[in-house]
Design a protein around this ligand. Structure first.
Ligand SMILES: [Zn+2]
Length: 118
């Protein structure tokens, strides 16, 4: 899986018009089908109609601080700067959601290993 899966003006993953489960690619999501959604978003509490909000979903890793108090860091953006106060990711089953989340964690772990060996 390539991350981020959402950015910019896209707020549905997969797209509504291309609605096959992004993991197994064998069952449609949304519409009338069983769908597991992972939803997120943000809201500007000062101005609920503010069109300038954006939404993110990130995994961050921070190392333990060294003796100088410094930390290494890496992050994986699953959804990045989505130009909407809300977004949804959809899967045909909890199994596919689990595979998706495992894929994200695998990518993060790969980045952590790169960071540790740098
Ligand atoms: Zn699926």
């Amino acid at each position: 899986m390539d991350f981020p899966v959402l950015s910019g003006k896209d707020k549905h993953f997969p797209g509504i018009e291309d609605s096959m489960c992004p993991v197994c690619k064998s069952k449609a999501v949304w519409a009338d089908n069983e769908t597991i959604e992972l939803s997120g978003g943000c809201r500007d509490t000062d101005d609920l109609h503010n069109a300038n909000v954006h939404s993110d979903l990130w995994l961050d890793w921070w190392s333990q601080k060294d003796k100088q108090g410094l930390q290494s860091h890496t992050e994986l953006a699953i959804a990045n700067h989505v130009e909407s106060p809300a977004y949804q990711l959809a899967f045909c089953s909890t199994d596919c959601l689990r595979q998706f989340l495992n894929s994200a964690i695998d990518s993060l772990e790969s980045q952590i290993e790169d960071e540790k060996s740098a």
